[in-house]
Design a binder for this molecule. Structure first.
Ligand code: HEM
Length: 425
């Protein structure tokens, strides 16, 4: 076990922490930027310590399971998976640790192959399609003068984009959303027995959905991302196997939506509280990307992920044992005052010497960062162009947070607005 005497004790599952994690990070930064949650592991929030940790993949492994069965989404709980849950999982296709849950050299190979599919060039080519999806979503609610932002806009935008680029049917997006929510929570949260059963069913259903589609793309490639992922060969590397592809597809599906949904929701809340900024972005849409970057620093949708120590190690005076869980607290590093002075201040003109860690850092840096940035940019360009006088409907909104210390977003953001001229007709 980790020596809990030498670090601040933190309870990540505490409701107060989930509502305002930044208070916890400020406390950690008053000492060495490291804390311990006795139920989970050691939390690293100091920017430089975290940067070194993220680069050191041989000591801080991303492989969540300690065997070769690959990611099972069974939560970060330490208790063994229950027999009835194992039985459900026995119907899943065999998979291996891949990309997000792989270490070099496998990770390097996966990254090379997937980078081709999500390259800045491929993402830029999606711009017209993303704008069209955004426009259609706004068309659907604009005449009402009101919108429930998360389900009517912030969820369907990224999920539709992901469905389109994976080349799967748009009518399946709500099924993806359902699987995605369960599996994300299985990657990063503590799960109850019942929740584990639900996640196990989602894993089996996702495999049943994608295995035939992977086989079809092998036989008959098209120009969608799935075909690129299935058939790409780089530097003489063999294409990805189905056991590698399934977890990578599920990562793209999962990482590709809830994160971007919460980025849009978190950014909207910032603007609702700052009229001057909202007005500035309306008159200077070129500043929208800077606003998006500052949201990714100040209130990022992914607060943390995880690593596992592969050997006994000492980090900022804390003793770790091989197998201990270590939590890279990306959002905590974003509030390190040594790197971001007055971190509590939201400032899109903040001079930066080092990048924020809202997309992580090092070899596992978010593979979809360019896509997420583009979606958020287009979302706010279109929202601010077409909606005027945007206000929070505080009666219908629920500004408490989703029950996760890792994924950070509001439950319900209801808005009223007027149609902006010249878009009134
Ligand atoms: C605002 C939106 C997003 C945020 C905040 C976000 C955040 C992150 C973070 C923090 C990591 C690092 C994980 C680690 O090192 O443990 C990561 C990795 C990853 N993200 Fe994202 N992400 C977002 C959007 C996306 C999108 C749109 C996609 C795909 C289309 C995506 C795909 C991935 C993948 C595949 C990885 C694993 C990369 C690797 O292990 O090499 N993400 N993301």
């Amino acid at each position: 076990m980790t020596d809990i005497q030498k670090a601040a004790e933190v309870n990540l599952a505490d409701e107060g922490h989930i509502e305002c994690p930044y208070k916890t990070y400020a406390e950690l930064h008053q000492s060495n930027g490291v804390g311990v949650d006795p139920n989970i592991g050691t939390i690293v929030a100091g920017y430089d310590t975290l940067a070194a940790l993220a680069r050191n993949t041989s000591v801080y492994s991303s492989a969540i399971t300690e065997d070769d069965r690959g990611p099972r989404h069974m939560g970060i709980n330490s208790e063994p998976v229950q027999d009835d849950v194992e039985e459900i999982l026995s119907n899943a296709h065999p998979i291996v640790n891949a990309l997000f849950t792989a270490d070099p050299p496998e990770h390097t190979r996966h990254r090379k192959l997937i980078s081709k599919a999500l390259s800045p060039r491929s993402v830029r080519a999606l711009q017209p399609q993303i704008r069209q999806i955004t426009t259609e979503l706004i068309d659907a609610f604009i005449d009402r003068g009101a919108v429930d932002l998360i389900p009517e806009f912030a969820v369907p935008l990224p999920v539709t984009v992901i469905a389109d680029i994976l080349g799967v049917d748009r009518t399946d997006i709500w099924t993806f959303k359902h699987w995605g929510d369960l599996m994300i929570s299985g990657n990063i949260d503590l799960l109850s027995h019942e929740r584990r059963r639900e996640v196990a069913h989602a894993v089996v259903e996702l495999h049943d959905y994608f295995v035939p589609r992977i086989e079809e793309r092998r036989r008959q490639p098209t120009d969608d991302l799935l075909s690129i992922m299935v058939n790409t060969e780089v530097d003489g590397e063999p294409p990805l196997t189905t056991a590698e592809l399934l977890p990578i597809i599920d990562q793209i599906l999962l990482a590709g939506h809830e994160t971007t949904t919460n980025l849009i929701g978190n950014a909207m809340l910032v603007l609702l509280k700052d009229d001057a900024l909202m007005n500035r972005l309306r008159s200077s849409p070129d500043d929208i990307p800077a606003m998006v970057e500052e949201v990714l620093r100040w209130d990022p949708p992914i607060q943390c992920t995880y690593r596992r120590a592969t050997q006994d190690e000492r980090i900022e005076g804390i003793d770790l044992k091989a197998g201990d869980m270590v939590i890279p607290m990306w959002a905590g590093a974003n509030w390190d005052p040594k790197v971001f002075p007055n971190p509590e201040r939201f400032d899109i003109d903040r001079p930066t010497t080092k990048p924020h860690m809202g997309f992580g850092f090092g070899p596992h840096f978010c593979a979809g960062a360019e896509l997420a940035r583009l979606e958020a940019k287009i979302a706010f360009e279109e929202l601010l162009k077409r909606l005027d006088d945007i206000r929070l409907n505080s009666v219908d909104s629920d500004l408490s947070h989703l029950p996760s210390f890792a994924s950070h977003g509001y439950k319900q953001v209801s808005l009223t607005f007027t149609k902006s001229w010249p878009h009134q007709n």
